[in-house]
Design a protein around this ligand. Structure first.
Ligand SMILES: Nc1ncnc2c1ncn2[C@@H]1O[C@H](COP(=O)(O)OP(=O)(O)OP(=O)(O)O)[C@@H](O)[C@H]1O
Ligand SMILES: Nc1ncnc2c1ncn2[C@@H]1O[C@H](COP(=O)(O)OP(=O)(O)OP(=O)(O)O)[C@@H](O)[C@H]1O
Ligand SMILES: [Mg+2]
Ligand SMILES: [Mg+2]
Lengths: 265, 265
């Protein structure tokens, strides 16, 4: 099972759009996918048409009230299961302060889960707090969605620093697999410059003893496409909403690139 | 002095771009502006060319170590002063847990500051945690930058709920002044639909006893313009970087709309 955390503390770079549409794309290729929404905004949950009701079971119950993950899952499509989030999760950061081993609760809960999946995908909030650290501890791989803008590069070093800290202290197998270029506007030279800077940075890290030594920029770039911004309001992935749009083509290609990569590893 | 908090817990909607370019636009009209960066990412600080050094004085020292705000200010242009942020601020949420009155520390620090300004602008992180609450307690007005996408509307109710709670318990004069439509793409029907939904929601709130009863959508829409995404890497506001771009025209018009509004109030 590949366990992938989708994270970037910079806001609005395409984390949720990638988590949801990549999960749906992998499911369409026959892979069994479990998507965990770790963002209190619960946008991945809403994106897939599940409205977080007051008091409904969610990842909050797993992290703060020790409920088994089995009890909060929802099977949405043949190969796609969702562990929904809830706004109550916003309080988790403070409620878990002082709880022993608060950073490994998710990994522990997943270890109790007997259900088999091919992929476990975790959507994170725009922060490097305790919820994101839970994802990093539970994951084997990190995917970094990145809008090719200046602020995106600026925050990367802090993101990699946190990943390296978690890898050293709690999860030695954690690797940064790659960067997904999102909201790509090939017409602007800014996008190309940022991608070049990023590629150079990753090349320089080859062979060093860091969790991103083998990280690369995924070949598939996700182009800016308004259909991707429209589909969440219908509770659908891009494949149900606009199957022949650029958004669907790009996320299907990304799913293929990742799924085929798996057979290589 | 108008004290304005720029906030929206949805990530990447244009908070920092608005805080910086509105501050610079107001300063160009002769107003004395103090911009406070309350985001640990320190993007407003970087946007204005100030590189947060390790150990340099910042808003962290004001909030966590009780330093007077006077000691951390930086005067950048004739009418523009910055209170920089620092990555250490990320720890403030946990470090302030249990501190009595942690939500009013910024208001208190500002009350000690003898310097007169026409505008106090606060850029916030994509969260509704203790740093954002400090801004809401210290502010008289809230501006909500909003990208006209589905997720933006989805999070609005939580944002207004938090604002209303702060207004009731700690800051009765707090009002939501308006919504700044950012990253506006007039070519898409999605943008128009979201703006219409938002206008209808605000109209229904007229006359109710809520902090957003007089909120409106600012006439000036900030169009998507790549120059706005380029200027942060040069440490400049849009007015120095690309003075005749759409970005500069839009933010100057927004500054005029807000500055003229002041003379009406
Ligand atoms: N390729 C794309 N083309 C057009 N719009 C997109 C694309 N990817 C994402 N969006 C839209 O841009 C906005 C930001 O994307 P998204 O919410 O996925 O980012 P995020 O990183 O999850 O944000 P947050 O930091 O708030 O969690 C959303 O309104 C989304 O619908
Ligand atoms: N009108 C615009 N046209 C083009 N690009 C823009 C515009 N406004 C903002 N941007 C770019 O979009 C990205 C998001 O904007 P910004 O960082 O200001 O949002 P934010 O709400 O402050 O994000 P965060 O939630 O991470 O604090 C940045 O890379 C910025 O340069
Ligand atoms: Mg998200
Ligand atoms: Mg910002």
């Amino acid at each position: 099972m590949r366990k992938i955390a989708i994270l970037n503390q910079k806001g609005g770079v395409g984390k949720t759009t990638t988590a949801v549409n990549l999960s749906a794309g992998l499911a369409r290729q026959g892979a069994r996918v479990c998507l965990i929404d770790l963002d209190p905004q619960a946008h991945a949950t809403t994106h897939l048409g599940v409205e977080p009701q007051k008091g409904a079971a969610s990842i909050y119950d797993v992290l703060v009230r020790d409920c088994p993950i089995e009890t909060v899952k929802r099977s949405l499509q043949p190969n796609l299961t969702l562990v929904p989030s809830h706004i109550d999760l916003a309080a988790a950061e403070v409620e878990l302060t002082g709880v022993v081993g608060r950073e490994v609760i998710l990994r522990e809960a997943l270890a109790q889960d007997t259900q088999e999946y091919d992929y476990l995908i975790m959507d994170c909030a725009p922060s490097l707090g305790v919820l994101t650290v839970n994802a990093l501890v539970a994951a084997h791989e990190v995917f970094i969605p990145l809008q090719p803008h200046f602020f995106a590069l600026h925050g990367l070093s802090k993101l990699l620093e946190t990943t390296s800290l978690v890898a050293r202290r709690m999860n030695p197998s954690l690797q940064v697999s790659g960067v997904v270029i999102c909201l790509y506007d090939s017409a602007t030279k800014l996008a190309q410059e940022v991608v070049n800077d990023l590629a150079e940075f990753l090349n320089q890290s080859r062979g060093q003893n860091v969790p991103w030594k083998e990280a690369r920029i995924f070949e598939t770039r996700i182009r800016r496409n308004v259909k991707l911004a429209e589909c969440p309001s219908f509770g659908q992935s891009i494949f149900e909403y606009a199957p022949s749009s650029n958004g669907a083509l790009d996320y299907f290609a990304l799913a293929q690139e990742i799924h085929c990569q798996a057979n290589v590893i």
